[in-house]
Design a protein around this ligand. Structure first.
Ligand code: SF4
Ligand code: SF4
Length: 473
């Protein structure tokens, strides 16, 4: 009788990375050389070089990419964005999302297989290191025990690679100059940064040594969204059922009715997520094209045409034709054009300074015994320029302006506030407001006029007998 407390064994494998008894099925995908592997290597190694080089590249004297969190400044390709650029950031994020939707609708999971850091580093960096150190152990699928020197060599190399990548990652947040100083100092002189580097290294070790393909098959939200982002015309990697089935081992006396698939399983043992592409389109497929390279090699050997597994679409595989033009490939580009135009327009309208008017707490105005109205104006200025600027403010349409904050000297990226005390003639007010012009200039290129209105008593000109001496509106 079976133990009632034991975990029941599943009738069939539920996940490619789980055995029937629920234990982890460790994958050791076989490398399949071929034209797509060459292409993926070219793209993948170029991306790795780009990732490591970007913090060093300077555009307009600034790093190509710097995410300066403490100072809340974000530099992309020579342009610095500030927290006040929320509209720009919103347009940028929406543009990225719509681009992902469009690329997925057209090219399926090409990003996962060719550009995603998880695939690129796992398959082009960590996996080759593992194959090198494991040797026979790798080829035996783990049945040959790994000797201690090999295990130490493997995990030490993993650690060094992870530490290098963690330092590059840190350079995106602190800049290469600061990083170069830190690596020569004791970690105690910059403990927070050291902890970030150590934490990133640890996460990479967990991911690339243990979690691996489960990041794609279980954790990645992009993978989960595939079923809504793809349609039947999207580019996928698929097995030609019509041509391949009924599959059968290659034998001299095999019946003529056998399909082209010789059931060699080369496409299965090479798959980094452990699936069988012949079972149809699956969420776990990351589009790495290793099964194409594996099957093409087999087809060459058995003298059959390549392409039993190939890039195609579900519709083309089933009906022999595919439709490129459909609603989503028209709507997404249109949305992209609108978003990019809005982004460019907002960017072009941005001057070298951000000026905003803040609300003054307390009474909005006071009526002096002379009848004049006094009001306080708060102006916030953000210097978006690359050099320090000295800002001056002059107000048009007032009797007098006083401020102890002028001129306001601001370092690049810094913000400051000016408090202006204004005295306005009563005949400037109509319907409880007076229109004024506020000119802000930095003595260099920034010189702008901002229309503004001050709140005041509800009378105009000589009709002021019914108003208290101190407004509260
Ligand atoms: S590699 Fe090709 S021939 Fe071999 S099992 Fe896969 S589909 Fe069939
Ligand atoms: S099924 Fe083919 S393309 Fe998909 S992950 Fe496996 S090997 Fe890569």
């Amino acid at each position: 009788m079976s133990n009632p407390h034991s975990i029941p064994t599943a009738e069939e494998r539920v996940l490619a990375t789980l055995n029937k008894d629920g234990s982890r099925r460790w994958l050791r995908p076989r490398l399949s050389p071929g034209r797509f592997l060459i292409g993926r290597k070219a793209v993948g190694y170029a991306l790795i070089v780009l990732f490591a080089a970007l913090p060093y590249i300077r555009i307009n004297g600034k790093p190509a990419m710097l995410l300066d969190l403490p100072n809340r400044q974000f530099t992309f390709f020579g342009r610095t964005f500030l927290p006040t650029d929320t509209l720009l950031l919103a347009f940028l994020l929406l543009t990225i999302f719509v681009t992902i939707f469009l690329l997925t609708a057209l090219f399926g999971r090409v990003w996962c297989g060719w550009g995603c850091p998880q695939t690129v580093y796992m398959e082009l960096v960590y996996r080759p290191v593992e194959r090198f150190f494991d040797g026979k152990h790798y080829k035996s699928g783990g049945r040959v025990p790994l000797s201690a020197p090999r295990a130490i060599g493997k995990y030490l190399t993993f650690l060094l690679i992870s530490m290098f990548l963690a330092h590059v990652f840190l350079a995106y947040f602190v800049g290469v100059e600061t990083l170069a100083q830190w690596v020569r100092q004791s970690p105690l002189s910059h403990p927070a940064a050291f902890l970030v580097m150590a934490g990133t290294t640890l996460l990479m070790m967990i991911d690339f040594c243990f979690f691996r393909e489960q990041m794609c098959t279980l954790a990645c939200p992009y993978g989960r969204f595939q079923s809504v982002l793809l349609d039947r015309q999207s580019l996928i990697i698929g097995y030609d059922v019509k041509r391949g089935e009924p599959r059968g081992k290659l034998k001299k006396d095999a019946p003529a009715s056998t399909g082209d698939c010789i059931d060699c399983k080369a496409c299965v043992v090479t798959c980094p997520t452990g699936i069988d592409i012949r079972d149809g389109l699956q969420l776990e497929c990351i589009g790495c094209a290793q099964c194409i390279d594996a099957c093409d090699t087999i087809m060459d050997k058995v003298g059959k045409p390549r392409g039993l597994i190939r890039y195609s679409s579900q519709q083309a595989m089933e009906e022999g034709r595919s439709r490129l033009l459909r609603a989503r490939v028209v709507v997404y580009p249109l949305a992209l054009i609108v978003l990019v135009s809005l982004f460019s327009l907002t960017l072009a309208k941005k001057g070298s300074a951000d000026v905003s008017f803040l609300r003054h707490r307390g009474q909005p105005y006071q009526v002096l015994p002379s009848g004049d109205i006094t009001s306080t104006l708060l102006i916030k200025i953000v210097n978006r320029d690359e050099s320090a600027r000295s800002y001056r403010v002059t107000v048009d349409g007032v009797r007098e302006q006083r401020s102890g904050d002028l001129p306001l000297l601001l370092e690049p990226g810094a913000s400051g506030q000016i408090t202006l005390h204004l005295t306005v003639a009563p005949d400037r007010f109509a319907e409880g407001r007076a229109d004024i012009g506020v000119r802000v200039e930095d003595g260099a290129e920034f010189d702008r006029n901002f229309p503004h209105h001050l709140m005041g008593p509800l009378y105009s000109g000589g009709n002021r007998g019914n108003m208290p001496q101190g407004g509260t509106r």
